[in-house]
Structures are given as C-alpha cells and as structure tokens.
Write a protein that binds this ligand. Structure first.
Ligand SMILES: C[S@@+](CC[C@H](N)C(=O)[O-])C[C@H]1O[C@@H](n2cnc3c(N)ncnc32)[C@H](O)[C@@H]1O
Length: 233
C-alpha cells in the first residue's frame, strides 16, 4: 500500500489511537507535498485529526507552522511524524514537544529515513530502478544521482556531505532523541525507497535487504511517553 500523506505531523485527539499503527502500516509510505492527503483519509476512518506542517494546505484542520510552535487545545492521543524528524532544527526540542502534547497514555508513531544507511550499494540498486523523469515521487532520487554523477566523487564521500549540507539528522540520532523520552513499543528497520522507484514494491525492497544487496534505510518507531521524562525539554 502506498498512501499519500503530505504532512509532517498528525495529531490525533478524539480516539485512543488504537489501530493507528495498523493504518500507518510498514508498507505505507507517505508523499511530500501540500495536499494533506492522509488527514482526510484519517478523518474518513473516524479520527479527529489536525495536520501540522509549514507546507500544510491552507484549509480547516491544517496548521501551517512548525510543530514546535503548535499548541493543541488539549493533550492528544497520538502523534504521527512521517519522514519529517530528520528535517527539524533541534531534535531534542521536537521530541520534548511531542512528549508534552501527548496524553500520558498516548502513542507516537514515526516513519523515518536512516540516510546514513544509503550506502554505495544501496544507491546503485536504487539508481538502476529510477522511474520516469518529471514525476515528483521519483525525482528526488534522480536529482541525487545526477548531482553525484556531476560531482565526480565516490558516493560514500559525496552523499554524507550532501546530507550534512542540508542539515539532515541521521536516523540513529532521531531514534536516540526519541529513546530519551519514549519507551519503545515497536521498532523496525526496513524498506524506504520503493515508492520512489519504478516497478518496485515493498516486498521487492525487503527481498533485496534480506539478500544483503542493500541496507534497510526505513525506520518505524512506535513509542509511549515515559513518565520520568515529563518536564524535560
Ligand atoms: C520529506 S518531507 C515529508 C513529508 C511527508 N510527511 C512525507 O511523509 O513524505 C518533510 C516535511 O517535513 C516538514 N517539516 C520540516 N520541519 C518541520 C517542523 N519543524 N515541523 C513540522 N513540519 C516540518 C516539511 O515542511 C516537509 O513537508
């Protein structure tokens, strides 16, 4: 299943959040953009949901601000952060803010990219499967390929420099920031690139991981707020 989410953070306030992780199933990868696609889907599934992202649609229920500045009217049952935490400024601040807005019995669901595992073999595997140029979902990988090719540098030299230059947090640092405030309920590393590749399904990428051809760059994390972490930001 490939969903279109188009928001960085979703705050679920009207249900207990149970079943949320099955909606955000491991096969589900969300698309970046401005349409707010997954929020309507969650509403249709019966959740009261707010979408928080500076690039959110200008529409009711969406908040076009950074998560750090969002003040829900009351503590929420669940926060979903989809491929956004590696972009934020201060990871500890954002993890602390998520902790603050969650109810004590709330749940955090995170989909993330461990870019530090995008090594040369994984990049080659992806670049051999690039989709049609001009398709937004595919073009970020094509841009990385073209920029790397133009650099004339080895991938393992080029790519970490690109990520650092864009201020991207490594997956391991995202997980460490979460572990400081949440108790893990689920943690898995697995497919990440398949929605951006031509004719590649989740199972295909998982098979390549299992065969040792590529590294698992996707991170799925479900955490419960640790009571001893309250009040720390
Ligand atoms: C790679 S896109 C991912 C978008 C989408 N959630 C997805 O799953 O594909 C990163 C998103 O994070 C958002 N973002 C970055 N920093 C943020 C912050 N501090 N608070 C809320 N959203 C943030 C950006 O505006 C952007 O829409």
């Amino acid at each position: 299943m490939v969903c279109s989410a188009r928001l960085a953070f979703f705050l679920i306030s009207a249900t207990d959040g149970s079943g949320l992780y099955s909606i955000a199933s491991p096969e589900c990868r969300f698309g970046c953009g401005t349409a707010g696609g997954f929020v309507p889907a969650l509403r249709d599934a019966g959740y009261a949901v707010a979408g928080v992202d500076p690039q959110a649609p200008d529409a009711p229920g969406f908040h076009r601000i950074a998560f750090e500045g969002y003040e829900p009217e009351q503590p929420v049952a669940a926060v979903v952060a989809s491929n956004s935490l590696h972009h934020v400024g201060d990871l500890a601040e954002v993890a602390g803010r998520i902790h603050e807005v969650l109810r004590p019995d709330g749940i955090l669901v995170v989909m993330e990219w461990g870019w530090e595992r995008f090594d040369a073999a994984t990049a080659r595997w992806c670049f051999d499967r690039l989709g049609v140029a001009g398709d937004d979902d595919h073009d970020w990988l094509r841009r990385r390929h073209d920029d790397w090719a133009a650099s004339g540098r080895p991938w393992d030299d080029y790519f970490p420099g690109w990520a650092a230059g864009h201020g991207l947090h490594a997956g391991r640092d995202v997980v460490a920031a979460l572990d400081a405030r949440f108790d893990r309920r689920h943690y898995a590393e697995g497919p990440y690139f398949f929605p951006s590749l031509a004719g590649v399904a989740y199972a295909d990428e998982q098979a390549a991981i299992d065969e040792g051809l590529i590294r698992p760059a996707g991170i799925r994390y479900v955490g419960a707020p640790r009571s001893s972490a309250r009040g720390r930001v």
